[in-house]
Design a protein around this ligand. Structure first.
Ligand code: SF4
Length: 244
């Protein structure tokens, strides 16, 4: 059964005080090279593996069942139905982020569970939900269609690229807007090899900007958002982007 954490008002400096959710590690697709268990040389690069989120919250969610709780009952593990009820209860136009960690619903780590994704898309009606995915939308037609359909119906799913060249490949699918991890030193806007503009996440380079005020990731866009790498494995990105 799918399970989630729901943080009604995030204290994360980047997101600002919006609702954010967390999905278990097993939702992270095999296509993601940043997974801790990936056999790529970028394994463990995922930003969510660091700090309180990676070191505590995410693991608690992995270990508990729906209905379980921790922190003396303050943090509960929710079902998909409970998550959809929380989304529906948000005021019209509210921005919220799905998955500060984890990815879209799946049963096998390869293909998105369309029925469960459709529940989220329907619950998001009149809201500004956004998320990111590392599911393969280039070689997996089902994933491409599922993500495109969600984007066409108001739930913004950003395609997460591993480097600038990959960002160009994802842009060509037209399944959704694209984001990319760039080296930690990349704080100025740049271009992909195909000449698509990459705007560095404003919250990472300016004071007093959060997702709550910026909202770029909740928009359908023709430019890419770049996230400077975080954490102790950030050096692993440099070579990939230097070669793009
Ligand atoms: S670009 Fe804007 S919406 Fe996206 S993560 Fe950065 S601050 Fe949030």
């Amino acid at each position: 059964m799918s399970k989630f954490l729901i943080t009604k008002r995030s204290q994360n400096r980047v997101t600002g005080p919006i609702m954010v959710t967390t999905s278990p590690r097993k939702t992270c697709p095999s296509a993601c090279p940043f997974r801790k268990t990936s056999d790529s040389d970028q394994a463990g690069l995922c930003y969510a593996e660091h700090g309180m989120l990676g070191g505590f919250l995410w693991t608690k969610l992995d270990d508990l069942l729906v209905g379980g709780s921790f922190q003396n009952g303050a943090i509960k593990v929710h079902s998909l139905e409970e998550l959809c009820n929380s989304i529906r209860s948000l005021p019209k136009g509210t921005i919220w982020r799905h998955n500060q960690a984890g990815d879209l619903p799946t049963k096998d780590g390869e293909t998105i569970d369309v029925a469960e994704l459709d529940c989220l898309v329907a619950a998001n009606d009149n809201k500004q939900g956004f998320t990111y995915t590392h599911f393969d939308v280039i070689n997996n037609e089902n994933n491409c269609e599922a993500v495109k359909s969600a984007n066409d119906n108001g739930f913004t799913i950003n395609l997460s690229a591993n480097d600038l060249e990959h960002a160009d490949q994802l842009s060509e699918t037209n399944a959704g807007p694209v984001t990319v991890v760039v080296p930690a030193s990349q704080t100025m806007n740049t271009l992909t090899p195909n000449g698509v503009k990459v705007v560095v996440c404003p919250a990472r380079v300016r004071e007093n900007v959060t997702c709550a005020t910026c909202r770029l990731c909740a928009r359908q866009r023709d430019f890419v958002i770049g996230f400077p790498a975080l954490g102790r494995n950030q050096h692993k990105l440099k070579a990939a982007n230097d070669n793009a």
